[in-house]
Design a protein around this ligand. Structure first.
Ligand code: NAD
Length: 424
């Protein structure tokens, strides 16, 4: 995939939304597509053996017309090298702008990265901490609770978020500034419900889709691709709505469970065997068979590029809840739409994570913390409204939900831009 330019892809989606919105002004289109600022930094680290190593880091700040930039920091080594990574963070920061706008949280889009694979390279805890603090120092001028609020992403966790917060606070005259970053552990100012956020948000979206399609959730059959954070909480909350899991998968393989299984039984099996494969009463199937199995709800919650036009033509579900980022290829969208299947796009279906990141930041700023149920309820309001607004535009323009979500998001950013104008 390293040859495809992800930023070109993101730009195409902005232009498609502009077509629907009747935005012809080439300058405005360029304004919407381009990041406001792209920072490329040198990240020097003293390694355990005494050598100095210089890493390359990025922070792309796409758009802040609706609020401070928001988006993860990943440590990864994509095939195309740092040049590809630069284009990737530009694209990912653009998608964050649209994700925040769809669910109407007052934040913009950002994304950061260091070109390193800590797992492959076996970096020690000390090297990881020095790398993280060096990067925090390098981007300290462009981040801040009112400027740009990073979060965890691939190979970064609450530990790295705490180190970034601590570095930034110490560099700011020892001020307490938990709102500079989200995804923190609870004792560091993290939010309750953050761990379940993505899967819970997906389950809310599926519930709303089922309502408009007239699909009953009681007894609905669910197939989960992936069995990590997003998939398991989506499964658990769909089960609470009355659904039954009839298919699941992980990196070791896929299974069908004709009589269905409880999430608890599947999770217990996975905890014991490190895979869902071999679950009593299940049959091993291929990944393709899982995706095209007969079910009401399909939750791709593992990898990108899973549903192409061929798979789309053979799907047997009624609703797809894209917990994963980018599980559907562009050529599959018209096939899915024409077959009357509702695909809830990733920027909406997995936005529970960013909604609760926003709520974490709000709690940090006011210094008062909500209960799990309060946080979940506030997140539900954002997601349900995002779904309903997206669905309304999809009906109005006769377009699929993915395009409608982009139309909604781009329209909201244009509105904010028009209020602000250009200055100086
Ligand atoms: P995770 O690491 O917890 O789980 C990933 C799961 O995918 C694991 O169960 C793994 O076994 C499985 N997997 C890996 N290769 C597979 C394969 N070939 N076939 C089937 N399953 C395979 O990750 P996660 O946090 O659940 O993220 C999953 C997806 O959701 C990613 O696309 C991620 O970008 C997206 N997402 C997650 C969050 C979040 O807050 N966790 C937020 C937004 C988007």
């Amino acid at each position: 995939m390293a040859t495809a330019d992800p930023f070109e892809n993101a730009t195409r989606q902005v232009n498609d939304a502009c077509d629907v919105l009747g935005i012809d002004d080439a300058g405005l289109r360029e304004y919407l597509a381009m990041p406001n600022r792209l920072v490329r930094v040198k990240v020097p680290v003293r390694m355990d053996d005494g050598r100095i190593r210089v890493f390359v880091g990025f922070r792309s700040q796409h758009n802040n017309d609706r609020g401070p930039y928001k988006g993860g920091i990943r440590y990864f080594d994509p095939e195309g090298g740092p040049e590809y990574m630069e284009r990737e963070v530009m694209a990912l920061s653009s998608w964050m702008t649209w994700k925040c706008a769809v669910v109407d949280v007052p934040l913009g889009g950002g994304k950061g990265a260091i070109y390193v694979n800590p797992k492959k390279e076996g970096l020690s805890a000390g090297e990881m901490e020095r790398l993280t603090r060096s990067f925090a120092h390098a981007i300290s001028e462009v981040i801040g609770p009112e400027k740009d609020i990073p979060a965890p992403d691939v190979y970064t966790t609450g530990r790295e978020m705490t180190q970034i917060m601590d570095t930034f606070s110490k560099m700011s005259g020892n001020r307490r500034l938990p709102g500079v970053i989200t995804g923190k552990p609870i004792p560091m100012g993290g939010s309750l419900a953050r761990n379940v956020a993505t899967g819970l948000g997906t389950a809310y979206c599926v519930r709303e889709a089922a309502k408009v399609l007239g699909v009953g959730m009681s007894g609905a059959r669910v197939a989960l691709q992936g069995f990590g954070n997003a998939a398991t909480f989506a499964g658990e909350y769909l089960e609470k709505q009355g659904a039954t899991v009839v298919g699941a998968s992980d990196s070791r393989g896929s299974i069908s469970i004709p009589d269905g299984a409880t999430m608890k039984a599947l999770e217990d099996w996975k905890a014991k065997e490190s895979t869902v494969v071999g679950f009593p009463g299940s049959k091993k199937i291929t990944a393709d068979e899982l995706l095209t199995s007969k079910c009401d709800v399909l939750i791709p919650a593992a990898l990108e590029n899973q549903i192409d036009a061929d798979v789309a033509g053979r799907l047997q579900c009624k609703i797809i809840g894209e917990a994963a980022n980018g599980p559907t290829l562009p050529e599959a969208d018209p096939v899915i739409h024409s077959r009357g299947i509702m695909a809830i796009p990733d920027i909406l279906a997995n936005s529970g994570g960013v909604c609760i990141s926003y709520l974490e930041w709000v709690q940090n700023n006011m210094g008062y913390y909500w209960t799990f149920d309060e946080v979940a309820k506030k997140m539900e309001e954002h997601i349900v409204r995002g779904f309903s607004d997206t669905h309304g535009l999809s009906k109005k323009h006769g377009i699929d939900m993915r395009k409608a979500a982009m139309v909604l998001a781009v329209g909201r950013v244009v509105e904010a831009f028009e209020h602000r104008g250009i200055w100086p």
